[in-house]
Design a protein around this ligand. Sequence first.
Ligand SMILES: O=P(O)(O)O[C@H]1[C@H](OP(=O)(O)O)[C@@H](OP(=O)(O)O)[C@H](O)[C@@H](O)[C@H]1OP(=O)(O)O
Length: 436
Amino acid sequence: SYLRNLEDNPQIPAIAKNFGTKGRYEEVNPYLIEDILAVNNSILQPPSAQCRPIHLTAIIRHGTRYPTSKNVKKMQQFYNIVLQNASGEDSWLREIQNQWTMWYKEDMDGRLVLKGMNDHKHLAIRLSKLFPSLISEEKLRGGFIKFITSSKHRCVNSTLSFKAGLTELWEIRDQKFDHAVNDALMRFFDNCKKFLQDVDNNPSAMTEVDNFKKGAEMRRVQEKIADRLRVKYDAITDDMAEAAFYLCAYEFAIKSVNSPWCRLFDEVDAQVLEYANDLKQFWKRGYGYDINSKSSCILFHDVFSRLDKAASENKSGQQVTEAVTVQVGHAETLLPLLTLLGLFKDSENLTSTNYAKQTQRSFRTSYILPYAANLVLVLYDCGGGDLRLQPLLNEKPVMFPGLTDQKAAMPLYQDIKEHYSELLHGCDFEKECQLF
Ligand SMILES: O=P(O)(O)O[C@H]1[C@H](OP(=O)(O)O)[C@@H](OP(=O)(O)O)[C@H](O)[C@@H](O)[C@H]1OP(=O)(O)O
């Protein structure tokens, strides 16, 4: 049905699947386009009927947002080039020049949009349908569901929206629910000195990204955009090509429209721009540098300490005091953690020179990190002391790499802890992030 949605639906740009971290959540779960509250219960078959979920942790990126002011400036610059220099009779160009108006403002600066609020409201409802014994009115009212968020408004507003999804679902009006702002956990990268020095504030750390943006593939994209606009080649820099891509992506993500901006790209162009974004995420947040993932040690230990607490309370027959933890952060909160867990690792690094070989790469943020992307870890008690952990990414099972358990979709919690024992006994945030 997604193909019908995609190919027949003129409202969905064909290149919507290439938007990377600027992509809509619906693109990774196309069944949501027809029913935003649909869930796929079949994916959650525990290994036996006696398995019951006892704890759930969800680490969620905020919902759809406005562009950052850095990108609004580039989009405005590109819009001016099209207004002043472009020529031609194409209908899409006339629409840009005569009807479309630049409505993005710098002070929007990455704030959550209405669609982003709904992303989290609907995710909350879908997760309550998938795990009704954990995400329930009783658990919420009883204080067994905790909320933790980054201090950025897009994350706080996403957290409020997630809560509103539940309080509206259960028509709760007589009770308020707190959330804890915790940047040490949700913005750990701001406090990791080694990451700030070696990566974030080190221009040479992005050499592969810069080289690709100055390379042959990107230059061809720039020339094709210039040809479509009938402007000089030197008017369309790599930054301008990216700004055009963002105009198409944001018009779609925020307004769900297939805007005329998308006519500036074909599939090849979109894949090149997608790779440029994936290169940035790989070297700034992913496998590019070890410190990228090690900066998430504080979050890694926080998650496992909560799983251990739930396991021990369950074992001693007590009620699990923290049944559910909902943690809202950024793409750069999730990606380092996924990298630490070894997920989506390719055999070769993404570089400026192996684009052609990486077309089937696992490290593809369009699939991994759309708005409202979420890693959900569910701990099950399957009886007889048999605890199992199921990881879900964007409501689909993922397998921890290297775990050969025949029920790999839901391995024994003990096996997972053995698999990650080096990290569990090490991965000390202070040590990893200290400057020598
Ligand atoms: O290219 P922009 O300025 O949008 O980059 C943003 C990040 O957006 P992303 O690259 O992930 O699409 C933004 O991540 P988000 O998850 O909060 O949207 C990040 O917070 C912001 O600082 C920008 O990242 P950068 O690495 O500082 O460019």
